[in-house]
Every structure is written in structure tokens, then in C-alpha cells.
Design a protein around this ligand. Sequence first.
Ligand SMILES: [Zn+2]
Length: 256
Amino acid sequence: MYRLLKFMRRSFATQFYQKYQTIDLKAPIVSFTFDDSYGCTFDHAGDLLWQREFHGTFYVSFKFLGLKSQPNFQLAQLKRIVNQGHEIGCHTYGHIDLSQISRAKAIQDIEYNQHRLSQLFPGMKFQNFSFPFGSETYPLKKFVGKQFLSARGNRPGLNFGNVDMANLKSIKLYEQKYSIKDIEHKLDMALHHNAWIIFHTHDVQKEYTQYGCSPEYFDQVLKSCEIRSMAVRSIDEAQTLLYKPIQKLHFAQVGS
Ligand SMILES: [Zn+2]
């Protein structure tokens, strides 16, 4: 019953509120995104990206700050990825399933996450959002669509042509699910379509969960992008390229 209700709410949200943007790139863009605020991911993925002068997007729920069990992170870990130039996105404060609470409560929770960010990093504002559990509802999708530049869901696929910026498609970067060969196939598809390909994962650590991957796997995926001369950008950086066509020329030279 719960699943059916969630499915219906999600379908309604998908159909009745969209924030369309035409994406017509001259070369593909790859974005790596991380949900749920795992400190290990900040450390491992943050470093591996930064060593290559790439930036990722870490969608943070401040509820996980200082917790004992995973997912958890420390303020020093967050400060480190901010200093490395990575983007901090919003994943709600309480990591809530938006289909399970009222619109008012959900908005309060999202705004509280921004409040915590502002306390710790005065002046910093979340630009982009990701739906916890990929769970969208019509009223919240509408709110999020207006509040943020983009929202990322977990529907699989590439972003090109007519794209719903309030529900960006993404590919799971789950080591148990996809081999490096599978991921390379998806990268080749993005190359073929000049698409914006967004990956999402959770924990990046040696003993990874079924929703994450090892640092070695992540490193290999980055190498696969480099071999293909594909530009890796945070969600925020990627959008700058989408909206300013003149920068596509500069972008096309990256990695050549
Ligand atoms: Zn999540």
C-alpha cells in the first residue's frame, strides 16, 4: 500500500510539475554526486576528485553531523571538502521521505538545513537539491523546483534534449550493481549523445554498502572519464555550462 501510494504521488509529481530546460551540449559533462553525508565519502571521493582538479556535489543532511553511527560526518570533514571547492547541496535536514510528511513540515525541514549551513558557513546558500529516497511529491517538487536551480532524483538515464531540471536523471554508482565495464558503457552513451551524465552514490569506503563503492572503484571510474577526455563538473558548475553557450567552446577543449 505504501509503495503504491508513493508510486502514485511520484507519477503525479512527474507529470504535473516540470522545470524544462533544453540541454544541447557540444561535448558531454560528467557529474558525481553523493547523498546522505558520509564522512568517509567526503574524505575519499573528495580527495580523488580534488587531486584531478575536479569537483563533486555532496548533498548534505545536517542531521548526520557528529552522529556515532553511519551515515555521519564531522565538521572538519565538511570544511575540508568546501575548501577543496566541492559543492554542498541540500538533501533535507532530517533525511526525510517527502511523500510521508506534510508540505509545511517538509519545507520547514528543508529550510532548517539551510539554517544550519548558514550558521556554519555564513553567506553560503544551497543551490541544488536531491530528493531523499528519490521520493518526490507534486507540492514539494514545485517548491524545490522554485527554491533550487535543480533537483536530482534517482530515475535512471542521461540528461539531454528536453530535461526536467526539477528531477534530473542519474545513474547509480553502486559497485555491487555495476562493473567498471557497465559504467564505461554508460559513459560511452553519454559521449554518443553529448549528454550530461550524473552519477550518484552514498558511501565510498573499503567496506562499502550495497549503495556505495570502494575508493579503488571510484578512482577507476574517474580514470575512465579521463581516458575519454570527459569534463567532470559539480552540478553547479555544469549548469553554468548549460546556460551560457559561449562557454561550451571553452568546455570542449577541456581534457584535450
Ligand atoms: Zn539519501
